[in-house]
Design a protein around this ligand. Structure first.
Ligand code: FAD
Length: 311
C-alpha cells in the first residue's frame, strides 16, 4: 500500500518539492488505520507522518520529505436538512457547489476557495468576512497517538485567524476525518450568484494562471503597526476578519511587486502571491520570503508572518 520515492511537486499547487520517502492515498478511516499500523512496523515515528490535503497551502522542500506522506481522500458528502456531513478529504469547491445546489446558505464567501475540508478546518480558511469555523457544528478526528476518535464542537475547535486546535500541541497529531456543518435554507439562485461573484473576483485579481500557494503572508492587523504606517495605508484597510492592512500593499510599498529569484516571483497581479513561472525551486520561494520580511521590517517596522507552510 505504501509507495516509495514519490515526487511531491505533483501534489502541491505551486508544483515544487522533492520525493517523499513513503507515500500513500487513503479513502477511508480503516485504510488510514491500516497505513499507520504499517508505518509503525517500518519506522514508528509519528513525527515523520505528514497528512496532505490538496497541497494548496504547502511549500515542500527541494530535498523532499523524509517520512510518510498520507494523502487524505476521505470523500463523504451527505445532507440532513440544513446540516451537511463532509469527509476531511472532500474538495471545498465540491462542498460549496453541493450547498449551492441544495439551496443551503453559508458558504457563499468561499466561492473559489481551493483545498480540502480537512486543510480548511486546520487553518480556519477564510475570505470576504467568512471563515470555515463559522459554520462548523462538529469535527471528528483520529488521534494518531492513541488511535481514538475525537469529536469536538465549534468552541472546542478553538478557531481564530487561520488558527484552530489542530495547529496546537493538543490537536496536531490528529487527522480530520469528517466535519458536520450547520447551514441555513436560502434561495438557490441568490446563493449561486453570490458564490460566483467571489469566484469572478478571484479570477480577476489573483494570478491563477500560474502555479502558486495562495497568499504567502497573513495580512497585518492594524493594531500591530505604528500610527504613521496605519495612516499611510488608511485607504487600504480591510475589516477581514478584523482591521488589517493587506500585505500586498506593504510588498508594493517595499518595491517587491514582480521581484523574482530563480523561477519564482511576487506576482505583478497580486504581490502577496508568489508564483512559479519557470521551474522554481523551494529555495527560490524561501529567498523571496526572506527578502520580503527584511524589506518590510526595514521600511515599515512590520514583522510579516507566513501564511504558507514550509515542509
Ligand atoms: C489560489 C489560492 C487561493 C487561496 N485562497 C485562500 C483564501 O482565500 N483563504 C484562505 O484561508 N486560504 C486560501 N488559500 C490557501 C489554501 O487554499 C487553504 O489554506 C486551504 O484550506 C488548504 O487546504 P488543503 O487541503 O490544500 O491543505 P494542504 O495544503 O494540503 O495542507 C495544509 C495543512 O493542513 C493539514 N491538513 C490537511 N488535511 C488535513 C486533515 N484531514 N487533517 C489534519 N490536517 C490536515 C496539512 O497537514 C497541512 O499542515 C488559497 C490557496 C490558493 C492556491
Amino acid at each position: 500500500m505504501l509507495s516509495q520515492n514519490i515526487p511531491l511537486k505533483k501534489y502541491s499547487s505551486i508544483k515544487i518539492g522533492g520525493p517523499a520517502s513513503y507515500f500513500c492515498e487513503v479513502n477511508s478511516v480503516s485504510q488510514l488505520k491500516q497505513v499507520i499500523k504499517q508505518w509503525r512496523e517500518i519506522d514508528g515515528d509519528l513525527n515523520k507522518i505528514f497528512v496532505l490535503g490538496e497541497g494548496t497551502n504547502i511549500l515542500f522542500s527541494d530535498s523532499g520529505y523524509d517520512g510518510l506522506v498520507i494523502k487524505n481522500n476521505i470523500n463523504l458528502l451527505e445532507r440532513k436538512g440544513t446540516q451537511v456531513l463532509a469527509g476531511g478529504g472532500m474538495l471545498m469547491p465540491t462542498l460549496i457547489n453541493f450547498c449551492s445546489q441544495n439551496a443551503l446558505s453559508g458558504f457563499e464567501w468561499a466561492g473559489g476557495l481551493p483545498g480540502t475540508v480537512g486543510g480548511g478546518i486546520r487553518g480556519n480558511a477564510g475570505a470576504f468576512l467568512g471563515e470555515i469555523g463559522d459554520s462548523i457544528l462538529e469535527v471528528e478526528s483520529l488521534d494518531l497517538r492513541t488511535f481514538k476518535i475525537k469529536k469536538r464542537n465549534r468552541k472546542e475547535c478553538q478557531f481564530g485567524y487561520r488558527q484552530s486546535v489542530f495547529k496546537t500541541e493538543e490537536g496536531k497529531k490528529e487527522v480530520i476525518l469528517y466535519a458536520k456543518f450547520k447551514l441555513k435554507k436560502g434561495d438557490r439562485e441568490e446563493i449561486k450568484t453570490k458564490t460566483q461573484e467571489k469566484v469572478d473576483y478571484r479570477i480577476e485579481r489573483h494570478p491563477l494562471d500560474l502555479p502558486n500557494v495562495g497568499s504567502a503572508f497573513k495580512n497585518v492587523p492594524t493594531s500591530s503597526v505604528s500610527s504613521s504606517v496605519k495612516k499611510e495605508f488608511e485607504k487600504s484597510i480591510k475589516p477581514d476578519p478584523f482591521p488589517v492592512i493587506p500585505t500586498a500593499k506593504l510588498l508594493i510599498g517595499a518595491g517587491l511587486k514582480g521581484k523574482s529569484i530563480g523561477g519564482a516571483k511576487f506576482s505583478e497581479k497580486h504581490p502577496n502571491f508568489i508564483v512559479n513561472f519557470n521551474r522554481a525551486k523551494a529555495e527560490d520561494v524561501l529567498a523571496l520570503i526572506s527578502i520580503a520580511k527584511k524589506s518590510v521590517k526595514e521600511k515599515y517596522g512590520v514583522d510579516l508572518e507566513e501564511e504558507i507552510m514550509f515542509v
